[in-house]
Design a protein around this ligand. Structure first.
Ligand SMILES: C[S@@+](CC[C@H](N)C(=O)[O-])C[C@H]1O[C@@H](n2cnc3c(N)ncnc32)[C@H](O)[C@@H]1O
Length: 221
């Protein structure tokens, strides 16, 4: 995986921490020509989302949901999420969201570690296969049914980035945690510097590799 740039992006600084002890290169899985990679970039940089695309993505993940936990081993996702919670300087207090929570890989890790948590996903089948640990909300991350400045922290594990809506629902000084569990082999992938570049305003934060992936913790200005 290409190392994230430690320098400034949009006037912010992304500090790169040393690799975690468990770092391993992911097996080749999803290259740059993966269809979801293109969707990811369009959504993050070109407002490339529509009601038609929402239906297609929802149907896709509905169809994958029943096998998701078995096929997409949660332990692989746990490593960078745990590391982000330990080394990312996040505050576990307040209201957190696992956005694009799927069958609950991130939810399982956050549950019991953060004060209050909501799991949000577009796919009803993914939510139905998630553990009944926290409130589960079916919603589109491009138009969330929450007031502005609602969340103290938002976690996204292998989930599309909707910069404007994320910025809206997160409180000032809130934490945004971006995880790609297979690094640049994750279908829904943006490297750390591009996450920063996609967000409005001057966000700052830290990033590190952990397990087969990486995490980024940013604070909303
Ligand atoms: C690659 S899966 C990751 C799921 C989970 N975070 C995990 O790591 O196992 C992406 C998830 O994002 C959800 N998703 C995609 N687009 C979304 C949107 N616009 N709003 C909310 N969830 C969305 C999908 O339904 C799917 O559950």
């Amino acid at each position: 995986m290409a190392a994230p740039a430690p320098g400034g992006y949009n006037g912010i600084v992304l500090r790169e921490l040393p690799d975690a002890d468990d770092v391993a290169d992911p097996e080749p899985f999803a290259g740059e020509d993966h269809p979801m990679r293109q969707v990811t970039r369009q959504v993050a940089f070109e407002a490339g989302w529509s009601s038609g695309r929402a239906v297609k993505v929802s149907e896709l993940f509905d169809s994958l949901a029943d096998d998701w936990s078995a096929d997409h081993v949660d332990d692989v996702k746990a490593a960078p999420v745990r590391d982000a919670l330990i080394r990312g300087g996040v505050d576990p207090r307040g209201l957190w969201a696992d956005l694009g929570s799927g069958t609950g890989a991130g939810t399982r890790i956050l549950h019991g570690r953060v004060e209050r948590l909501v799991a949000i996903d577009l796919s009803a089948r993914m939510l139905a296969n998630a553990p009944d640990l926290v409130p589960r909300v079916r919603a589109d991350a491009s138009v969330l049914p929450f007031e502005s400045n609602t969340f103290d922290a938002v976690l996204q594990v292998n989930m599309l980035l909707f910069p404007a809506e994320l910025d809206r629902i997160l409180k000032p000084d809130g934490y945004f945690i971006w995880v790609n569990s297979l690094g640049d082999q994750t279908p829904i992938h943006l490297p750390p510097a591009d996450v920063v570049a996609a967000l409005p305003g001057s966000w700052s934060g830290v990033t590190a590799r952990s397990g087969t992936g990486f995490w980024v913790v940013l604070r909303k200005p």
